[in-house]
Write a protein that binds this ligand. Structure first.
Ligand code: 0RA
Length: 652
């Protein structure tokens, strides 16, 4: 120790602390970035981009470039002021080095920076550094260029001046560590594009450009997209409702500071029956909602109810109007900036700060009050929509009660078509929802009845995107799905809430044919889960089975293939020295073509099967994709399907 003290430039006590901090990140990366799968991998980029967004929100940066390099390293470049490089007196180190190597350094040496973004976990760029084999920071500032590089978070040299520059800005380039990200270090363009698009809508006026050096377009140009929004959330709502028919010409929009809290919100009514309220706090998607969403609902209900009462439109409708009725066919985005957000809930994405409720309530009240006064025709359209919703809800309530009664009776009341498993332990039990009775029969023979239940579904299930709520609860297949799962609607607090306390299976597996029809049915089922049982997706209970596409056979030898590459490889292996036409390839057109043993071996046996877990990475994007795939507009659907023609693999 004493020796090190004498050489502050090389290895001081401070250094040891720093290394301990970053070592902690490497030891338990999930604590800092959520997980070490694809989600955590992409989170690294968001963490770095957030720093540039902060600089932009502070008013010093207008452009951010994100580049995926050929080797899957990432560069984030901005035209901000550049990270300060001067020596911090207290730490006796360059500020740049502190930012890059000390956990949460950001606020410490610069108290004036009003940091409002900063990733879901808000851990800062030093975490990215700790989890990268190599990171390089380049700063253009005060007419000079500075560099520092790091290996797994440790500086390779002190900050050095390497040249002159007549611009300002920061470029961070990092290579994710394969020791940490053992699953994959390959970046997904669309995932990054969706987040950058979202950030552009949430932070109007900032230009975000994504470039993929791994791919070129058909015309030879580099794959690249630019995201820029002048209208902010107003444009976000239009984008989300791009495949729906609006009821009012333009979204209702407000931006301002209410009770000291920056609030931006936009909302729009469309002719569907679903409610799509997306909310953000400091650019973080609060998928569990919270006080800002509560404030929005309260303000919306208060103002619309008063308007409806005063206008006399409600008088003849004979139904009682509830809060839900005001949100049918509503698409809204709420964004607030909170200095010290408290995140609660299962996934820490629910805003707890109570003071935000009043601020948003007041904001909605102001803007909506004025809108209704100034636009009587639109006001009438909205109120009529609310009345229809209330009438439909009365019908839905009856239908829901049916679902509820049936679930309560369960035991004897399980659907006749369900082949249940022996175990009662939900954590061990799986249920396969299988397309068609014939495949259902095969699955019943092939399964392990101790813990695998089979439930055949008849043909195409109801498209919930187009149906009114009561139709959904009246639908036989959907009712059976509720009963089989042990899920009901209505808890003591909320008659509409999903009650999953008695869920009977922790793996809900959708097993359909590996063809277009099968994908369509899987998408219909997923739409239903997304709209009516989202909690089960969020808890990670919903999966998609992946049956093979081919059986490649020669004599007694055979191999299954899931992809074109696997099919070709299997043919090569099996033909050996023989001719190619000695190998027979069977294309499985449906589950029904497999016998029970084959289905078990390839698709149901946990030892060999591949299940794809359904996750919601980006709720707003899911919402848009589902409304497009299942809604009325044909052209965007065809376009999407053509783009994803190989297999409608929807990463929801
Ligand atoms: C703190 C102070 C100042 C700039 C930044 C942070 C900054 C950080 C990042 C991270 C990525 N890009 C960035 N750009 C700027 C500037 C203080 C000053 O110049 O007075």
């Amino acid at each position: 120790m004493s020796e090190e003290k004498k050489n502050p430039g090389t290895y001081s006590a401070d250094n040891i602390q720093v290394l301990e901090g970053l070592e902690a990140v490497r030891k338990r990366p999930s604590m800092y970035i959520g997980d070490t799968g694809p989600k955590g991998l992409h989170h690294l980029v968001y963490e770095v981009v957030d720093n540039s967004i902060d600089e932009a929100v502070a008013g010093y940066c207008t452009e951010i470039f994100v580049t995926i390099h050929k080797d899957n390293s990432i560069s984030v470049k901005d035209n901000g002021r550049g990270i300060p490089t001067g020596i911090n007196k207290k730490e006796n180190k360059s500020a740049l080095e502190l930012v890059m190597t000390v956990l949460h350094a950001g606020g410490k040496f610069d108290k004036d920076t009003y940091k409002v973004s900063g990733g879901l976990h808000g851990v800062g760029v030093s975490c990215v550094n700790a989890l990268s084999t190599h990171l390089k920071a380049e700063v253009h500032r005060e007419g000079k260029i500075f560099h520092q590089e790091y290996e797994r978070g440790k500086p390779m040299y002190e900050v050095k001046e390497v040249g002159k520059s007549d611009v300002t800005g920061t470029i961070v380039t990092f290579t994710p560590d394969t020791e940490i990200f053992t699953q994959t270090v390959v970046y997904n363009y669309d995932t990054l594009a969706n987040r950058l698009r979202e950030l552009a809508f949430l932070n109007k006026g900032i230009r975000l450009t994504l470039t993929d050096e791994r791919e070129t377009n058909d015309d030879g140009s580099q794959k690249s997209d630019e995201f820029y929004s002048e209208g902010g959330l107003k444009e976000f709502v239009k984008f989300l409702d791009g495949n729906r028919t609006p009821l009012i010409p333009e979204p209702i929009y407000l931006e301002g500071i209410k009770q000291g809290i920056p609030v931006e919100l936009a909302f729009q009514y469309n002719d569907t029956y679903s409610e799509n309220v997306h909310s953000y706090v400091n650019n973080i998607n609060t998928i569990e909602g919270g006080s800002h969403v509560a404030g929005f609902r309260r303000g919306l209900t208060r103002i619309l109810k008063k308007y409806a009462d005063d206008s006399g439109l409600l008088k003849n409708s004979k139904v009682e109007v509830t809060g839900d009725d005001f949100r049918e066919g509503l698409t809204a985005v709420i964004s607030v900036k909170v200095a010290e957000p408290q995140f609660e809930g299962q996934t820490k994405t629910k805003l707890g700060n109570t003071e935000v409720m009043g601020a948003v309530d007041v904001a909605v009240g102001e803007i909506l009050g004025v809108y209704l006064e100034e636009n009587p025709r639109e006001a009438k359209t909205i109120v009529q929509k609310v009345i229809i919703a209330a009438q439909a809800r009365a019908a839905a309530r009856k239908a829901r009660d049916l679902v509820q009664r049936k679930t309560v009776m369960s035991g004897s009341g399980l659907p006749g078509k369900l082949a249940d498993c022996a175990s009662n332990d939900p954590a061990l039990c799986e249920i396969f929802f299988v397309e068609g009775d014939s495949a259902g029969g095969t699955a019943k023979q092939g399964r392990d009845r101790n813990y695998q239940a089979i439930m055949p579904l008849r043909g195409k299930i109801l498209n919930v995107e187009k149906a009114m709520e009561h139709k959904i609860y009246e639908n036989e297949e959907i009712k059976n799905m509720f009963t089989a799962l042990g899920v009901s609607v209505g808890t003591e607090e909320d008659p509409k809430a999903l009650n999953t306390a008695k869920l009977r299976y922790h793996k809900i597996i959708i097993m359909t044919d590996a063809d277009v029809d099968g994908s369509h049915i899987a998408t219909l089922i997923l739409t239903f889960y997304f709209r009516y049982m989202r909690e089960l997706i969020e808890k990670g209970y919903v999966y998609i089975a992946t049956p093979p596409l081919y059986l490649v056979k020669k004599g007694k030898d055979s191999e299954y293939a899931w992809t074109e590459d696997q099919r070709l490889a299997a043919i090569q292996r099996l033909k050996g020295a023989g001719k190619e036409d000695s190998v027979h390839v069977q294309r499985y057109k449906g589950l029904g073509e497999m016998n029970a043993e084959q289905l078990w071996d390839t698709t149901m046996n946990p030892e060999y099967r591949t299940l794809r877990q359904v996750t919601i990475e980006n709720a707003a994007e899911c919402d848009r994709v589902f409304s497009m795939l299942m809604g009325d507009e044909v052209a965007p659907r065809r376009e999407f399907i053509e783009r994803n023609a190989r297999y409608a693999k929807i990463d929801i």
